[in-house]
Design a protein around this ligand. Structure first.
Ligand SMILES: *Cc1c(COP(=O)(O)O)cnc(C)c1O
Length: 393
């Protein structure tokens, strides 16, 4: 336990990690089995199959025993060969960041970067292929979390596949919170994790990898082996008959099992619905309260995170601190380029429930009022309630 200097939050509405489901936490207290014991090997295969079922792919999922950021770096290291031209799509901090990893491995990079409150236009991707038919690998972040905006992954993925290139999709903060799966968007490496919309802990990376991508990695002379950046090392580790290259994170795998039980018991469509309704109620309330959404249009605003423009003359850090000190509610700031410009309200996992939109609005509005700003909290709550009441049918 932390010392008593900083109080524990009451409600965490961050853009991840999120408060994990109690059922996941209970599963994480199951025994830590020896990884080479047949019981654990069989269990691991079952979990990899559940992950594949959630991602709607046949091949059991590739699980890496690290948080998704290193998992994404490992994808760059394993897939991108020294002959590859990479098209990097950047509509936010994570998209831009992939380019820095790619730079260690590619021959050349073409980049499409849009303002961080907009999304990538598929036409721009088609144009890039017309100019550079030699593009071999494309990287896309489906939901660039520090922008709170969604990219049209299906349309972009179709163009990439039609042009014979390989697509990496970072769906870490969208998978499990909305209708997106590897095959919907033609992803060759689809990356997600349990610590955002699925309501688990943040310590694993889950991937779906196509045969085309495995072939490319196998032919890549620089693909790392016996390394934490190696996907190939873990290719067959899902099988109960194959050894693990390194010790897997047993406790995290125990938790992952419950993450998928939770997801299937509730039903994916219902899970996406509550994320969508919560975000819609939140956006309506933000506008009614007299604040502005960060996303250029609501059509690209994420159903899993609402980014709110920081009002003129007040600091993001003051709002966040006041919401926390006065109400015990935790929000996220921006990151990198978006730091200071926006605040983020997370609707992920257990807190993607409509009533938390009301909590967010009252805590945010209340914090602004404490700071001497105007915020019509009543109008915000009324607008959110109206969306919730209609949405519940
Ligand atoms: C959370 C997240 C990741 C994981 O990386 P961290 O920054 O370490 O949390 C990767 N991609 C996206 C889009 C994310 O939201």
């Amino acid at each position: 336990m932390a010392s008593n200097q900083v109080k524990e939050p009451v409600i965490t509405l961050s853009a991840g990690p999120v408060p994990a489901f109690p059922r996941v936490l209970r599963a994480m207290s199951r025994p830590v089995h020896y990884d080479f014991d047949p019981y654990f090997q069989q269990f691991y295969e079952e979990v990899a199959r559940k992950a594949a079922m959630a991602m709607r792919v046949k091949q059991p999922a590739l699980i890496l025993h690290c948080e998704p950021a290193p998992g994404i770096e490992a994808s760059a290291a394993s897939l991108i060969s020294p002959d590859d031209v990479v098209l990097n799509l950047a509509s936010g901090v994570y998209g831009k960041g992939f380019g820095y990893w790619s730079a260690r491995y590619h021959k050349e990079m073409v980049e499409i970067e849009v303002p961080y409150n907009e999304s990538i236009d598929p036409q721009q991707v088609a144009d890039a292929f017309r100019k550079r038919p030699d593009i071999k690998v494309v990287s896309l972040v489906h939901h660039d979390t520090p922008s709170g905006t969604i990219n049209p992954a299906r349309e972009i993925g179709k163009i990439v596949r039609d042009n014979g290139a390989l697509l990496i999709v970072d769906a870490v903060s969208s998978f499990g919170g909305m209708d997106i799966h590897p095959e919907d968007c033609f992803a060759d490496i689809f990356i997600t994790g349990p610590g955002k919309c699925l309501g688990g802990a943040p310590g694993l990376t889950l991937m779906a990898v196509t045969d085309r991508a495995w072939k490319h990695m196998e032919a890549n002379p620089k693909a790392p082996r016996a390394s934490v950046l190696s996907l190939l090392d873990w290719k067959d580790a899902w099988s109960k008959d194959k050894p693990f290259p390194f010790t897997p994170s047993v406790t995290e795998v125990n938790g992952l099992d419950a993450v998928f039980d939770q997801y299937f018991d509730e039903g994916p469509e219902q899970v996406w619905r509550r994320h969508e309704l919560t975000s819609r109620a939140c956006r309506a309330g933000i506008k009614a309260m007299g604040l502005s959404l960060w996303a250029k249009t609501e059509a690209i605003a994420s159903p899993t995170t609402t980014a709110v423009r920081v009002p003129e003359g007040v600091k993001d850090s003051d709002i966040i601190r006041t919401a926390r000190e006065s109400f015990g509610v935790v929000f996220s700031t921006g990151r990198g380029e978006t730091l200071g410009k926006l605040l983020r309200i997370g609707h992920m996992g257990p807190v993607a429930e409509p009533i938390y939109a009301v909590v967010a609005l009252t805590a945010l509005g209340g914090a602004l009022r404490k700071l001497g700003r105007k915020a019509d909290v009543a109008a915000g709550v009324e607008a959110a309630m109206s969306v919730i009441e209609n949405g519940q049918g």
